[in-house]
Design a binder for this molecule. Sequence first.
Ligand SMILES: [Zn+2]
Length: 126
Amino acid sequence: MHVRVRPAVRRIGSRLLLPDWLAITIDTTVVTWRRLDDRELAHELEHVRQWQRLGRTCFVVHYAIASFRAWRGGGHWYRDNAFEREAREAAADRAMPRRMRTAAHSRHAGSPRGPRPHTPQATRNG
Ligand SMILES: [Zn+2]
């Protein structure tokens, strides 16, 4: 991942993307108008993973489709886009202290095949 901090792009991004935009990831390059903190970097890193997972052309198409779906569903093309939700979750994971992260992961890892079987209990009085 390459991060390019370019204060001059803030204004044009505000017009072309979102008024309060911060960064845009294109393939493995993140363009931003200011330095990003760890959480913001984790968000952009997730976008890099998405680009790599889908490939350049497919990512752009899938992102556009996700934006359309979000908008058609009454949401916002950016905030409710599935790729943005995924990146926000990755950033939230990054922000969580390691101790809590481990606990959260072990919760997810538990019982992959559904609810645990009931523990047999002795019945009283039949
Ligand atoms: Zn994003």
